[in-house]
Ligand binder design. Sequence first.
Ligand code: MG
Ligand code: MG
Ligand code: MG
Length: 311
Amino acid sequence: MEKIYIFGHKNADTDSVCSAIAYTWVLKRNGLNVEAYRLGKLNKETKFVLEKFGVEEPELLEDVEGKTCILLDHNEFKQSANNIEKAEILEIIDHHKMNFSWHKPIAILVRPVGSTCTIIGEIFLSELTDEDLKDEEVKKIAGLLLAGILSDTLVFKSSTTTGIDINIADILSQIADIEDFENFGEEMLKKKSDISDIKTRDMILGDSKEFEFNGKKVLIGQLEVLDDSQALERENEIFEELKKIKQEKGLHSCVFVLTNVLKEGSYMFVVTDDISLFEKAFDKKSENGKAFLEGIMSRKKDIVPKLEKAF
Ligand code: MG
Ligand code: MG
Ligand code: MG
């Protein structure tokens, strides 16, 4: 049987890695020859989660030419493995807006929920028998899925959170024996917040995505933290790096979003050819390209649609 490669997006996050591992577990159980992979280096939060549940890091996948693939937590080629257009795509499971077309019919499952782990979580739960609930492996997978949900929804504080996310997380936490899952979510966020040994450039690009708004290239990097003091101290460096990245990649705008989960809002740092587009999008004047935006937390739900409209 031909091997199937399962992976989340580039600049891997906890949702993309944990959903890939969990879906691999489900499909293997159904007799398929599948393996989970990661595209790129894992962040501190994801490493912490894998260590907590004693799960090995998936292997790195660089190129997928000629390989049979399942894409999780993304559907845009720009965010996928190299040579994805020369791969055989079997299926996509995601919670982002679609920007995808393919030369033949494939299975696509996209739902407007807080994480891909929510969707995989439902599939995983529907597989389980009473016997399974005592299985250590099953507990681990439930823990990983819970971590993905908590990470993407910022422990349910993100505007992307739905009742389905909370329900699935609740059931998974019982299976994984993690009673205080809000505390677990905060522990994860603290790992992400610690940027002491991370270069400013990596802080911006670590979780970044490139978009095209009205033909103009815009890169948006994001970091979600519980405490923003370490990052805010680097304001000058942030602007310097944004300028460099903008020039290197020939962008119209280069943006860094520093989301403070406790303040329930984000600082936005912008280097752009036209700041008025951003001021219009968020109805807020910036101070030399910097502004605090209350209630803005999700790139896909609160930021991208507003910018797309303004551009
Ligand atoms: Mg993701
Ligand atoms: Mg996700
Ligand atoms: Mg994210």
